[in-house]
Design a protein around this ligand. Structure first.
Ligand code: GLN
Length: 195
């Protein structure tokens, strides 16, 4: 069994737990550094990246997660992707693990949230290819730029990057945990196993 932790300080961590349970992974809510022990992978949920970052600092989680990320898979969704990034173009606590630059709230306010079908060829690794991926964006960031070692997994019709992978790090600007389509969770469990 693969054991996946979900950072449970703020945001929609319970939806990630439910998606992982649907696909048969073992799960653990993570609030303290010692709860990282024995995990195969860690998910940073959506929510408010400044709040999650401040709480992670307060609970002494920043360095332990950075250490964990040296050898284990980490996936950030939306606010989690911001936390995982090297640069969010403003001052806030970041893990700086993944070599991407993000732009927060790139689509405007809460009312500018939207849903769109994306083509994500990498999901062909865990499911029959061809079916579009229905992505939910809520006050989402954009992935502004990626370094040479980062693989772009998905773009909006206008070409903007919204999903990327760098080794065992995965970032999505949207929220797979808010849909019943578990392909991204399956992909992440596979990434966690191979580390
Ligand atoms: N707007 C939030 C932030 O900048 C992210 C929103 C989300 O996770 N849905 O942190």
């Amino acid at each position: 069994m693969t054991l996946i932790g979900v950072l449970a300080l703020q945001g929609d961590f319970i939806e990630h737990i439910h998606a992982l349970q649907r696909i048969g992974a073992d799960t653990r809510e993570v609030r303290l550094p010692q709860q990282l022990q024995g995990l195969d992978g860690l998910i940073l949920p959506g929510g408010e990246s400044t709040t999650i970052g401040k709480l992670a600092v307060a609970y002494g989680l920043m360095e332990p997660i950075q250490e964990f990320g040296k050898h284990h898979a980490i996936w950030g969704t939306c606010a989690g992707a911001i936390l995982l990034s090297k640069d969010a173009k403003r001052h806030q606590p970041l893990l700086e693990l993944m070599d991407i630059t993000v732009e927060r709230n790139a689509f405007g306010r809460q009312v500018d949230s939207f849903e769109v079908d994306l083509d994500i060829p990498a999901l062909g690794k865990v499911a029959p290819p061809g079916r579009p991926y229905h992505a939910v964006f809520i006050r989402a960031p954009l992935i502004d730029s990626v370094s040479a070692g980062v693989e772009v997994l998905g773009r909006l019709p206008n070409g903007k990057i919204v999903a990327a992978r760098e080794g065992h790090f995965l970032a999505t600007a949207f929220h797979p945990e808010l849909t019943q389509d578990d392909r991204f969770h399956k992909l992440f469990v596979e990434m966690s196993k191979s580390d």
